[in-house]
Ligand binder design. Structure first.
Ligand code: C2E
Ligand code: MG
Ligand code: MG
Length: 693
C-alpha cells in the first residue's frame, strides 16, 4: 500500500492559497495558511467544506460535478470571505493522480488578484474620465504611443477629419493615417513634417493644414512625457475655417466702402501697389482716373442725403457696368470714385473716360425726381506720373482741377510739366514780392474813348513789371500766380493807392479823367475792402466818381448776397463799377439786374472777330441790348481795327479802348495825349482816329 502524501507539508510551502479536495466526496481535506488568510477562517475550519462552497462559480460546479474529467480549469473568478467580502482571484483546479494513476484528489490553487483588480478599476475610471474630458474639448484630440500607434481619440477628431465611424472602429492605424494623408492638400509637406516629428520626439509644433474639403485645420502636437521619458504624443486639431472666414469678412469690411460696397481707399492703395509691381515686371502702364461728380452738393442740399446716397450707389453701378474685366473701381470718399484702367496708355484712359462721362450723364430718377448729373475726370498715368496712390491722386487731382475750372463735364490728363510750373510759379511769386518792396511795379494807362465824339473819357490802369532778370513780365503771366498765392491782395492795394494818387494829380492839373482799376475776386472779398477804398479816396481828395472798379463776373456769381451788399456800399461811396471781360463768365441777366453796375466791358475775344464773325457780332449785339435794357454803358475792349470800331459805333456801343487808339501809356504820355485832344476838340460824330504806332 502506498503511503498517503503529506499534503499539509506540501501546501505549507506554497505562497498562494491552496487546498486539496478528496474525490469523489469533493470535500476539502487540507488547506494552507494562505487559504485561511484569503477566506478569513482557520485552516482547520476549511477542512470538510464542500469544494463548490469555497469557489461557487458555475464553471467550478460543473468541474466538480464532472469529477475532474474536463481536464484542468484555469480562470478568474470571485470568492467570498467569511466577512462577506468578495475577492478577485485567478484559480486553477487540477487532478492529483496517485501512484497507480487513479485520481483520488484534486488540487485547488488561487492567486489573490484583488489589488490588481482594484487598480484596474481605478484605471478604467480614470480612462473614462479622460475620455469624457477629451470629448468635452472643442478640439479634436488624438493620442499616439511611443511607436506612433493611436491610443485614444475623441469624436471631434473624427468630425474634423471626416473620418467614417466604420474606419475608426476597424482599429486600423494605417487606414486612419492614410485617410488623414489623403485629406490634406499638400501631401508631401504633411508627410515630411510627420517624419521630422518622429525624429524629434520632444518637439512641440504648430502647423496649419489645408484640407481638400476646404477646411483650414490648426494642428498642435506636444510630447506625452511620463517619468521624464517620452511616451508618445498628444495631437490637437482645431478647425479654423470659420474663424478665418470671419476674419476675412472683417478684413473685407475694413477695406470696403460701406455705402457702395466698393473697395475703399485702403484697398485701392494695395491695388495700386500690385499694379505698380506688375508694371515693373512686364513694363505695362496703367491709368488712374479720378472721377468727381459735378455739383453733387446740389443733390444733397435740394433732395436730401438719402437721395444723395441712392444716386451714389446708382453711379457706382453704372461705372462698374462700363468697365472692362481687369479695370478696378473704388470709392475714394464723398462723390469721388477712382477707376484703375489696366493696362492702359493715354488713349485707353481717354476711351475709358469717355465711357464714364457717357454713363454718368444718363438721366437719374429717384423718388419721382428726374435729373441729370455730370462728372469731371482727372487722369494720371502710371508709372510715369506716379507709382503710389498719393502721387497718382495728387496728379489726377490737379488735372481734375483744370477740368473743373474749364467748365466741368469733361476729362483731362495730368501734364507732367505742372510740377515744373509749380516750381516756376513759386519763383515768380517770390520775385513779385521783391518787386513790390523795391518799387519795380508801374502803372500804365490805356485811354478809353467815347465812340460818339472821340474824347478820352477814361483810362484803364494796367500793371507793368520789369524784372532785372526776367525782363518785362506780362500781367497775364503774373496776375494768375498772385491770385493763386494771395499776393494779389497786397498788389491790388498798391494799384488802388497808386491809381488814385495819379487821378488826384491829374485832377489837380485840370484833367478829370476817371481811372479804372482791375479788382481781383480775392481782393474784393477782403472784409476791409470797402473801407480801404473809402480811406484811399478820402486821403487823396479825389472825387469818388473818378475811380472805377473793374470787377469780374465771378465776383457776382459766388456768394452773390455778400457781393450785393458790398457793391451797394461802394455805390454809396460814389465810385463807378464795371464788369470786365463781359461774356466770358457765367453771369445771367437776372443777376445783372440786381447789381449796381454802371458799365459792361465787352471782352476782347468777341471784338476780335468783328465785324465778319457772325457769332461774335451776335453776341456783341446781345450784350448791347441787355445793357441798354438795364441802363448800363458798354465799352468794347481790344479794338485794333477801324472796322471793329465802326461796327461798335454803328451798333450803339458807348466807348472803346484798344491799340487802334493807344496801348497802355506811361502817365506822361497819357497826359500829353490828353493835352493834344484838348487842343484839337473832338468832332461831334464819326471821329477819325489815327492808329498810334
Ligand atoms: P484786362 O483787364 O481785360 O485788360 C486789358 C488787357 O488787354 C491788357 O492786357 C491790355 O494791354 C490788353 N489790350 C488793350 N488793348 C488791346 C488791343 O487792342 N489788342 C490786344 N490784343 N490787347 C489789348 P495786360 O495789360 O496784359 O493785362 C492782362 C490782364 O491782366 C488784364 O486784362 C487784367 O485782367 C489783368 N491785370 C492787369 N493789370 C492788373 C491789375 O492792376 N490788377 C489786377 N487785378 N489785374 C490786372
Ligand atoms: Mg480790365
Ligand atoms: Mg478785359
Amino acid at each position: 500500500m502506498t503511503q498517503a502524501p503529506d499534503w499539509a507539508c506540501l501546501l505549507g510551502g506554497m505562497p498562494h492559497p491552496a487546498w486539496v479536495v478528496a474525490l469523489p466526496s469533493r470535500r476539502v481535506v487540507v488547506a494552507n495558511a494562505a487559504a485561511a488568510t484569503l477566506f478569513g477562517r482557520d485552516a482547520a475550519a476549511l477542512v470538510g467544506e464542500p469544494a463548490e462552497a469555497l469557489a461557487p462559480a458555475p464553471e467550478d460546479q460543473l468541474w466538480w460535478a464532472a469529477g475532474g474529467a474536463l481536464g484542468p480549469l484555469h480562470s478568474d473568478t470571485v470568492v467570498a470571505t467569511a466577512g462577506g467580502q468578495l475577492r478577485h482571484v485567478s484559480r486553477s483546479i487540477g487532478l492529483l493522480p496517485a501512484d497507480d494513476g487513479t485520481a483520488t484528489h484534486a488540487l485547488v490553487v488561487m492567486c489573490d488578484r484583488s489589488a490588481e483588480h482594484r487598480a484596474e478599476t481605478e484605471r478604467e475610471a480614470l480612462l473614462a474620465e479622460l475620455q469624457a474630458t477629451l470629448e468635452a474639448t472643442a478640439d479634436g484630440i488624438l493620442v499616439t504611443d511611443a511607436t506612433g500607434r493611436m491610443s485614444a481619440c475623441n469624436r471631434r477628431f473624427a468630425e474634423i477629419w471626416g473620418l467614417p465611424t466604420e474606419l475608426l472602429q476597424r482599429d486600423d492605424d494605417a487606414a486612419v493615417q492614410g485617410w488623414l494623408l489623403r485629406s490634406v492638400v499638400d501631401h508631401a509637406a504633411y508627410a515630411s513634417r510627420l517624419q521630422a516629428l518622429r525624429e524629434t520626439p520632444q518637439a512641440v509644433a504648430t502647423d496649419r493644414l489645408a484640407l481638400h474639403s476646404g477646411q483650414i485645420v490648426e494642428r498642435v502636437t506636444r510630447p506625452l512625457v511620463c517619468g521624464g521619458r517620452s511616451q508618445g504624443r498628444v495631437w490637437s486639431f482645431r478647425d479654423l475655417t470659420e474663424r478665418i472666414a470671419a476674419e476675412a469678412r472683417i478684413e473685407a469690411m475694413v477695406r470696403q466702402d460701406a455705402l457702395t460696397q466698393l473697395p475703399n481707399r485702403a484697398a485701392l492703395a494695395d491695388s495700386v501697389a500690385e499694379a505698380t509691381a506688375a508694371s515693373r515686371r512686364d513694363g505695362s502702364t496703367y491709368a488712374f482716373l479720378l472721377v468727381d461728380m459735378d455739383r453733387f452738393r446740389q443733390i444733397n442740399d435740394s433732395l436730401g442725403h438719402d437721395v444723395g446716397d441712392i444716386v451714389l450707389k446708382t453711379i457706382a453701378q453704372r461705372l462698374q457696368g462700363c468697365l472692362r474685366g481687369e479695370d478696378l473701381l473704388s470709392r475714394l470718399g464723398g462723390d469721388q470714385f477712382v477707376v484703375l484702367v489696366k493696362p492702359a496708355d493715354a488713349a485707353a484712359a481717354e476711351a475709358a473716360a469717355r465711357r464714364i462721362l457717357n454713363v454718368v450723364a444718363q438721366p437719374c430718377s429717384v423718388d419721382g425726381a428726374t435729373f441729370t448729373l455730370t462728372c469731371s475726370i482727372g487722369m494720371s498715368l502710371a508709372p510715369s506720373q506716379g507709382t503710389r496712390i498719393d502721387e497718382l491722386v495728387r496728379n489726377a487731382d490737379s488735372a481734375l482741377g483744370q477740368v473743373k475750372s474749364a467748365g466741368r463735364a469733361h476729362f483731362g490728363l495730368h501734364q507732367a510739366r505742372a510740377e515744373g510750373d509749380r516750381r516756376q510759379n513759386m519763383k515768380l511769386d517770390h520775385a513779385m514780392r521783391q518787386a513790390l518792396v523795391s518799387g519795380r511795379f508801374r502803372l500804365q494807362y490805356q485811354p478809353q474813348i467815347d465812340l460818339r465824339d472821340g474824347r478820352i473819357v477814361g483810362a484803364e490802369a494796367l500793371l507793368r513789371w520789369r524784372d532785372p532778370e526776367m525782363g518785362d513780365v506780362s500781367p497775364a503771366r503774373f496776375i494768375p500766380v498772385a491770385e493763386d498765392s494771395g499776393f494779389i491782395v497786397a498788389m491790388g492795394d498798391w494799384v488802388l493807392s497808386q491809381a488814385v494818387r495819379q487821378a488826384a494829380l491829374w485832377h489837380q492839373r485840370g484833367h478829370s479823367v476817371p481811372i479804372a482799376i482791375n479788382v481781383s475776386a480775392l481782393q474784393f472779398k477782403q472784409p476791409q475792402f470797402v473801407d480801404r477804398v473809402a480811406s484811399v479816396l478820402a486821403v487823396s481828395g479825389v472825387p469818388p466818381p473818378l475811380l472805377e472798379l473793374e470787377l469780374t463776373e465771378s465776383i457776382l456769381v459766388h456768394n452773390a448776397d455778400e457781393a450785393l451788399h458790398r457793391l451797394h456800399a461802394l455805390k454809396r461811396l460814389g465810385v463807378r463799377m464795371s464788369i470786365d471781360d463781359f461774356g466770358t463768365g457765367y453771369s445771367s441777366l437776372a443777376y445783372l439786374k440786381r447789381f449796381p453796375i454802371g458799365k459792361l466791358k465787352i471782352d476782347r475775344s468777341f471784338v476780335s472777330g468783328l465785324p465778319g464773325d457772325e457769332s461774335d457780332a451776335g453776341i456783341v449785339r446781345a450784350i448791347l441790348q441787355v445793357a441798354r435794357a438795364l441802363g448800363m454803358k458798354v465799352i468794347g475792349e481790344g479794338v485794333e481795327t477801324e472796322p471793329q470800331r465802326e461796327f461798335l459805333q454803328a451798333e450803339g456801343c458807348d466807348e472803346f479802348q484798344g491799340w487802334l487808339y493807344a496801348p497802355a501809356l506811361d502817365p506822361l504820355s497819357f497826359e500829353q495825349r490828353l493835352a493834344q485832344v484838348k487842343a484839337a476838340p473832338p468832332q461831334a460824330a464819326g471821329p477819325r482816329i489815327r492808329l498810334v504806332s
